[in-house]
Design a protein around this ligand. Structure first.
Ligand code: 5GP
Length: 114
């Protein structure tokens, strides 16, 4: 079996994280290398390597994740907006192969990505 990803190790409580939200389906915690005043990673507890590995059965899970994004945006004071990012694959800049959403905010964000 492949090695656990760092995010699976966080889910399993093997390494610490600053958790801001958790339920039976997902978990959100602060990014260790924040790119904005608010930089949260939202992950499903189900091991899905990337966006490309989602299947039709994950559609309800995705709806739930978006609902949690809205809830967190409110709780974290991101009334003036935020950015939701999922890097996919090597060209997309993905470094951890456990599906995750970056929630970035707390300052005006420039465009475009590097
Ligand atoms: P990706 O590059 O795959 O889109 O995003 C991975 C993110 O995970 C990066 O922003 C990186 O800073 C974050 N990260 C990597 N290792 C850890 C860790 O051990 N703890 C936390 N909280 N974030 C991590």
């Amino acid at each position: 079996m492949a090695d656990k990803t760092i995010f699976k190790r966080i889910i399993d409580g093997e390494i610490p994280a600053e958790v801001v939200y958790e339920d039976n389906l997902c978990m959100a915690f602060r990014d260790v290398n924040p790119q904005a005043p608010v930089h949260i990673l939202l992950i499903p507890k189900k091991e899905i390597a990337s966006l490309n590995d989602l299947t039709d059965e994950d559609t309800p899970l995705l709806g739930h994740l978006y609902a949690v994004v809205r809830r967190l945006a409110k709780e974290l004071g991101l009334e003036s907006g935020y950015r939701l990012v999922t890097n996919c694959g090597s060209d997309g800049g993905q470094t951890v192969y456990h599906l995750h959403f970056h929630i970035l905010g707390g300052r005006p964000l420039s465009w475009s990505p590097g």
